[in-house]
Design a protein around this ligand. Structure first.
Ligand code: PLP
Length: 447
């Protein structure tokens, strides 16, 4: 098989010779060579088809190969591929308008970045500028990006390469009722417990020093941790009481993933800022940004916004964003996420009931996780936190992949987050593969 003059296996060879791959020791890597991607599928060099059950990095929400978005990017490339961020431009104005229109009512303006980490970097600076305070609180078991500031927000091992961290970055324990210190009777009780901890921590840190609390509205790659009822309002109330900015990182949870435009809409709470990326353009080209409240926008009428990027509001990204938002609307993808999410929820509950290795399943819209354990009673994780010396999770992923199911894992948790365009029969077929692989895991743990 050949592409122009290069055979496909040579592509892998050249890739491994010249590219550094993320988050990995490079020896032993064997990246699939991808030759085609369409809808909810992509294909490797041998023509093997994979269900894209994580929408790549939970960003290709509209699926692969959407002609409308591709055309919008091509048209923009023909017209004006780049003009500096100080200039006004039709797609730049329109993209910000469309985003503000779908954001919570208190939101007013957008500062565009290239991607998610940069969105969080700029939100940190904005919170500090507006409040005049410096401490930033964020949760353990969170991911906010890999640049220095965003990595210091991050509450899991991917932050360690950026430590010792930035002074003033403080971590709190966010809600994770499944692994709480006691069995909570209901969501309200869990909320009360975790809010008491947070209030105490704010008081100990000194509320007059705290600029912002950052949270993923639904924790994504760390295991789809869905805030219990009342948590978001509770954080909003604490922020109001102590003059702290509430920032929702919607880089992964936004753009229909949870069945709402933004995940925070599930709880009808208005944050001060929303950071976004991924699904705004679904990766057809890159874009991210910070949506700020009217109050913050007003602050910058008279005060300088000390933020800037050569590629802020890049025309190609803005053109892609306009077209992508139209696709979400025209194909009713926000509603479909909710509908297919209900089907996925039923499938996952069956999986949990059936498999000894499944301790918990969590789902909201098409955003879901399967938490694997050695023992349902003790909840001992299938692999210990931060370690997997025998590569157990990798073996499970490889089994899924050999059956054509592509997703990823984090710690002892399998993430399932297909494109929002997935049909019911496709979802059921793909989850059948998961079911079969989990049978094998049950056998391995000896149940
Ligand atoms: N925030 C969240 C919640 C994310 O999931 C990610 C990436 O996965 C980021 C921020 C960082 O985004 P990016 O990789 O586009 O910089």
């Amino acid at each position: 098989m050949s592409t122009t003059s290069t055979t496909l296996s040579e592509v892998r060879e050249k890739d491994l010779k010249y590219n550094l791959h993320s988050w990995s020791a490079q020896a032993g890597l064997k990246p699939e060579v991808i030759t085609k991607a369409e809808g909810i599928y992509f294909w490797n060099e041998e023509g093997k088809r994979f269900y894209d059950m994580s929408s790549q990095l939970v960003n290709v929400n509209i699926g692969h190969g959407n002609k409308k978005v591709i055309k919008a990017i091509k048209d923009q490339a023909d017209k004006i591929p780049f003009i500096g961020p100080a200039f006004a431009l039709d797609v730049r104005a329109e993209a910000a308008k469309k985003i503000v229109e779908i954001a919570p009512d208190n939101m007013a303006k957008v500062f565009f970045t290239n991607a998610g980490a940069e969105a969080n970097e700029n939100a940190i600076k904005i919170a500090r500028m507006v409040t005049g305070k410096y401490k930033i609180l964020s949760a353990y078991r969170s991911y906010h990006g890999a640049t220095y500031g965003a990595a210091n927000l991050t509450g899991e091992p991917r932050r360690f390469a950026s430590e010792p961290g930035i002074p003033g970055f403080v971590k709190f324990v966010g809600p994770y009722p499944y692994r709480g210190p006691i069995e909570f009777k209901n969501e309200e009780e869990a909320t009360k417990y975790y809010l008491t901890l947070l209030r105490e921590q704010i008081e100990y840190e000194g509320p007059e020093t705290i600029a912002a609390i950052f949270q993923e509205s639904v924790v994504g790659s760390n295991g789809i941790l869905i805030p219990p009822k009342g948590w978001m309002q509770g954080v909003r109330d604490l922020c109001n009481e102590f003059g702290i900015m509430m920032v929702c990182d919607e880089v992964m949870a936004g753009w229909g993933r949870t069945g709402e435009w933004f995940a925070i809409n599930n709880w009808n709470v208005e944050p001060d800022m929303i950071t976004f990326a991924k699904g705004v353009t679904c990766g057809y080209t890159q874009l991210g940004g910070v949506i700020v409240s009217k109050k913050i926008a007003d602050y910058f009428e008279k005060n300088t916004l000390w933020c800037g990027l050569t590629y802020s509001a890049h025309p190609m990204g803005c053109a892609a964003a306009c077209a992508t938002i139209d696709v979400y609307k025209e194909e009713n993808l926000i509603e479909r996420s909710k509908e297919m999410g209900a089907v996925l929820g039923e499938i996952l509950e069956d999986i949990k009931a059936k498999h000894a290795c499944v301790g918990d399943v969590r789902y909201i819209g098409l955003f879901s996780a399967i938490e694997l354990v050695k023992d349902k009673e003790t909840k001992e994780p299938l692999v210990p936190y931060g370690k997997d010396p025998e590569g157990v999770m990798k073996k499970i992923l490889n089994m899924l992949r050999s059956e054509g199911f592509w997703n990823y894992s984090h710690e002892n948790i399998l993430i399932v987050a297909p494109p929002l365009i997935i049909k019911e029969n496709e979802l059921r077929d793909a989850m059948n593969i998961m079911d079969n692989v989990l049978d094998f895991v049950d056998n391995v743990i000896g149940k």
